[in-house]
Design a protein around this ligand. Structure first.
Ligand code: VGL
Ligand code: ZN
Length: 254
């Protein structure tokens, strides 16, 4: 079975810039996982590797500083003129289309330092870069679709063309772009894995809620240590894999 690694949004703004996760409520440090992801990239045999980049125009709907410039929908419980970071507002765009939107600091503006991938992150040969969140009036958390599922990125097509059946996801933020990517991957029929220790998130409560939901959806939540085993055993009952017995446990060597 062919496996892809999807590395989500390992960009400066989330790691040490304007939306640095260490300043977010969960105080998780995104910079810690650069090396974890590099090990995954180097030490496992992937059939395909994709990276995503949040890639916003400066007038993007998700920026708290732009909230006043968009029309408030009657459903919005938060006044857009007073809205703050992390609050959810409802906008009305293009003659009444309802858009729920969480507000964020300005981040990942196209062609800025903040939108660049971390300088130490390894970029694999033959990998692809998926840019998302390009439309000013519509946010896009998932690597596959925008948040209204109006437009699809190229990722599904590329994975299908390459015969990929399994998708492993890592990166930031666990409870935002990683969670949306995992959900869509599973929905599109890929056997889907979250590599937990290769992710960092925004809100602790949301991170655990997202993981519970993923497990209920049949997503495998594993550690980077378990990736190699998952790749060799193909998700099938284990036979003939050196040092591993039939139910997938390492033999007791005492
Ligand atoms: C993300 C907030 C806003 C993410 C993107 O990459 O998880 N979070 N835009
Ligand atoms: Zn964004």
């Amino acid at each position: 079975m062919k496996s892809a690694l999807v590395v989500v949004d390992m960009q400066n703004d989330f790691l040490s810039g304007s939306l640095a996760l260490k300043e977010c409520p969960a105080h998780e440090n995104g910079e810690e996982i650069v090396e974890v992801i590099n090990s995954l990239l180097e030490n496992s045999e992937w059939d395909f590797i994709a990276y995503t980049q949040d890639w916003h125009p400066s007038d993007h709907i998700s920026f708290v500083t732009n909230a006043k410039k968009f029309k408030q929908h009657v459903d919005s419980t938060v006044n857009v003129d007073e809205a703050e970071v992390y609050q959810k507002v409802v906008f009305s765009v293009d003659n009444g289309i309802r858009r729920e939107q969480v507000l964020w600091p300005v981040h990942c503006v196209q062609d800025t330092w903040g939108a660049q991938l971390h300088k130490d992150l390894h970029i694999a040969k033959g990998s692809v870069m998926i840019k998302k969140g390009i439309n000013s009036k519509l946010d896009s958390y998932s690597a596959f679709y925008d948040n209204d599922e109006v437009h699809e990125t190229d990722l599904r097509g590329i994975l299908k063309t390459n015969g990929i059946q399994r998708v492993f996801v890592c990166g930031v933020a666990t409870d935002v772009c990683v969670a949306y990517t995992v959900k869509d991957s599973k929905k599109l029929g890929f056997e889907t894995y979250l590599i937990e220790d290769a992710c960092r998130g925004v809100h602790h409560g949301e991170i655990s809620k997202c993981k519970t939901k993923m497990r209920l959806d049949g997503v495998h939540c594993i550690t980077s240590q378990e990736v190699q085993l998952a790749l060799v055993t193909d998700g099938k009952p284990i036979r003939n894999v050196k040092g591993v017995n039939c139910n997938g446990e390492r033999p007791n060597t005492n």
